[in-house]
Ligand binder design. Structure first.
Ligand SMILES: *Cc1c(COP(=O)(O)O)cnc(C)c1O
Length: 696
């Protein structure tokens, strides 16, 4: 293994220092030409380097990361604008509305902040251009760059023609420079996508060679008085491309601290320039820290470094969700299932998504958000804390708590606008006596004998609806044999349905505020719907999962939403006769390669799976689980799979190549139903949204 040498992340710090040099001209006190070379030639590689890096990583994901990148960078841009607002105000820099718009879209609101609109717009333009294919995108970006060049350091050449001058004058009505997201950024972003690891020496030589060429170019341009600005040259793309290729070729690993530090450095250094000037003036040290250009540069770097380092330490990165073991959620499958079930429920009936037990292990907040966008406005959970969690995450609409909440918590029910199920008459009285106006749905016992007021006890309903404080907004019951097709179960279910609907009509006739009525969960929805109800309460079916393998054979094309993955932690070889795991439960009968996989029953994977023929998928092939599953790890026999490496991704539930392990299969092997398996998945598992495969 090569030692960790995160060259790209380390160079980010150099690049930030170079940007700072552009803004402080460190060598002016000593050599004007030297400073010109440093700040107008060498330091000009810094910003293109950032673009190339962005383009490289975005193209690695097939540009599917672009929305995430735009969101994150947009946020950082907004923060930076706010950070410099006091300086804008102090310097009376708030101009007219067109000026502000120009600053926001192209020029930036402070001198270095042009970078953010440039990278945001640049990425958008690349996405657009890539629709026409790579070649087209590249040609178009190169053309844009050439146009930009004519408004930058080659301006004099074009301005000598009336048509050229008119063209650029028109452009400069819209933005102050051509160094922006339209002309400057796209070429570098796309070049980043072209970069590959190559011979480091060769790349470095080409970098030096083109840097010399670029130096000659810049000095020649200056001598001929051509530049209007000095950000773009003909050789800059060549020079920075080879610089990046060199860094990529020697790069090993990453340094997230360096990333955070350099980003902070870039954002705050102009503030530090202002502060250094102010402090030097206040302390009478201007000759050392302002007039001496190197002293000034050093002071700014030290102050900026302290601020950036503090920031980077105080706000460390969150660990990645896919670092060890994680659930991956296919949000488009969730939406498709919801559409399918809504159709089954009938036109008058809406879905109330049941997201108890953290959305059957799928992440209730994530699922609630996705379903909200798919038009599902009602949610049911099992407990008060589950309801509060959704509300605090900003989930709107009705949230019904299906299970018991201590009546003393009535205040919290009201505070979080949660609707509580009335478990029985005694519960209703205790809840009403708290004096809070709680919204409730009345549970009806139609034969399950679990919770609810008995359906035939009309007197109890009469007393219930007369209780003070409670706001009755719904009435519901639950079927307990809807998944069974034998005649006894079917007639029992029919009886439950008839009794519930009969009760609802009778209460309505008698003028009680019954509210919304609902009865069917997944099994009922799949077999019985539509019914004349206002809501249906599917849980499991939303997640594209059936209780058992048998039911999976149904014709309804529900799509599984969850897959479960973990990383290979270690690989080792056993000689015949050697054992592995707790209780020496595995014995090698041949030379055996064992992979240790970083997931266990502490993550909700049932321990019995190992004993009952369970397997995992690696490289699209089944590898049997070896011996007993541990709390945090399991062993798999990967002898027949070829070379398995540490850190590789293993699938516990889901698809890998042509092979699939379904949740139904795992549950079946463990003698349980998928509901129990999924609800048991631990919150310590990471949660990822599955990336859409499409994209340029
Ligand atoms: C869990 C639950 C549901 C959802 O059941 P599924 O079979 O997962 O669709 C609906 N209603 C009540 C009362 C529940 O407890």
């Amino acid at each position: 293994m090569s030692p960790k040498r995160p060259a790209i992340d380390w160079f980010r710090i150099t690049a930030s220092l170079l940007v700072c040099a552009i803004h402080t001209s460190p060598l002016t006190s000593f050599t004007a030409d030297g400073d010109f070379w440093l700040t107008r030639v060498l330091a000009r590689v810094a910003v293109p380097f950032f673009f190339l890096t962005t383009g490289y990583f975005l193209s690695q994901s097939g540009w599917t990361n672009a929305p995430h990148f735009l969101k994150k960078t947009g946020l950082l841009s907004l923060l930076s604008i706010l950070l410099y607002l006091p300086l804008n105000i102090y310097a009376h820099q708030i101009g007219s509305i067109p000026d502000v718009l120009r600053a926001l879209c192209f020029d930036g609101t402070f001198y270095h902040l042009w970078y953010f609109p440039a990278v945001l717009l640049g990425v958008l333009i690349c996405l657009l251009l890539l629709r026409g294919g790579r070649r087209f995108a590249f040609a178009a970006a190169a053309l844009l760059y050439l146009i930009g060049l004519g408004g930058d350091s080659y301006y004099g050449l074009f301005a000598s023609f009336p048509a050229g001058r008119a063209f650029y004058n028109a452009l400069f009505h819209v933005f102050s420079y051509t160094r922006n997201g339209l002309f400057f950024a796209p070429l570098f972003l796309l070049l980043g996508g072209l970069a590959k690891k190559r011979s480091a020496g060769f790349s470095f030589a080409l970098f030096l060679f083109s840097l010399c060429g670029m130096s000659a170019e810049v000095f020649l341009l200056r001598a001929n008085g051509l530049p209007r600005h000095d950000s773009m040259t003909l050789l800059l793309p060549v020079c920075t491309f080879f610089l990046f290729t060199f860094l990529l070729s020697v790069n090993a690993g990453q340094d997230r601290m360096a990333r955070r530090f350099s980003a902070a450095f870039f954002v705050v250094h102009p503030w530090c320039i202002v502060l250094v000037r102010g402090l030097a003036k206040g302390t009478g040290t201007s000759s050392l820290f302002v007039e001496n250009s190197l002293g000034h540069f050093a002071a700014v770097v030290v102050l900026t470094s302290v601020a950036s380092f503090t920031w980077a330490v105080l706000r460390p990165d969150k660990p990645r969700q896919d670092d060890r073991a994680w659930r991956e959620i296919d949000t488009s499958a969730l939406r498709a299932n919801a559409r399918l079930l809504a159709k089954l429920a009938g036109p008058k009936c809406r879905l109330m998504a049941v997201l108890k037990a953290d959305g059957y292990g799928h992440g209730s907040v994530l699922c609630a958000r996705v379903l909200h966008h798919a038009g599902v406005r009602d949610i049911a959970v099992a407990t008060l804390t589950e309801g509060i969690r959704l509300r605090r995450a900003g989930v709107r609409g009705t949230i019904l708590i299906l299970g018991y909440t201590a009546p003393e918590e009535a205040e919290l029910l009201v505070r979080y606008r949660l609707t509580q199920a009335v478990v029985d008459e005694d519960y209703a009285m205790r809840l009403a006596s708290q004096g809070w106006h709680v919204h409730v749905h009345v549970a009806v016992d139609t034969g399950m004998r679990r919770i609810g007021v008995k359906v035939s006890d009309m007197e109890a309903f009469h007393r219930l609806y007369r209780l003070p404080c409670l706001r009755f907004t719904g009435l519901f019951s639950h079927l307990c044999a809807a998944n069974l097709a034998d005649s006894r179960s079917e007639s029992f279910t029919d009886g439950q349905i008839a009794a519930f609907l009969g009760l609802a009509s009778r209460l309505r006739r008698e003028g009680y505020p019954v509210g919304q009525i609902h009865l069917l969960a997944s099994a009922g929805l799949l077999r019985i719907a539509p019914l004349p109800c206002d809501l249906a309460r599917p849980g499991l079916a939303l997640f594209g999962v059936w209780e058992t393998q048998e039911e999976r054979k149904s014709a309804l094309p529900l799509r599984p939403v969850l897959s479960l993955h973990a990383r290979v932690a270690s690989v080792r070889t056993l000689n015949p006769g050697e054992h592995a795991g707790y209780g020496l439960a595995f014995e090698a009968v041949r030379p055996t390669v064992i992979a240790t996989i970083s997931i266990g029953y502490g993550d909700g994977l049932p321990r019995r799976l190992g004993e009952n023929g369970g397997a995992v998928l690696i490289h699209g092939t089944r590898a049997p689980i070896a011996g007993r599953i541990c709390m945090d790890q399991l062993l798999a026999d990967v002898t027949d799979i070829g070379t398995v490496r540490n850190g590789e991704i293993v699938t516990l539930i889901g698809r890998d190549g042509a092979e699939t392990i379904t949740a139904e299969e795992v549950a079946g092997r463990c003698g349980t139903i998928t509901n129990e398996l999924l609800a048991g998945l631990s919150g310590r598992l990471g949660l990822m949204v599955r990336k859409e495969k499409a994209g340029p």
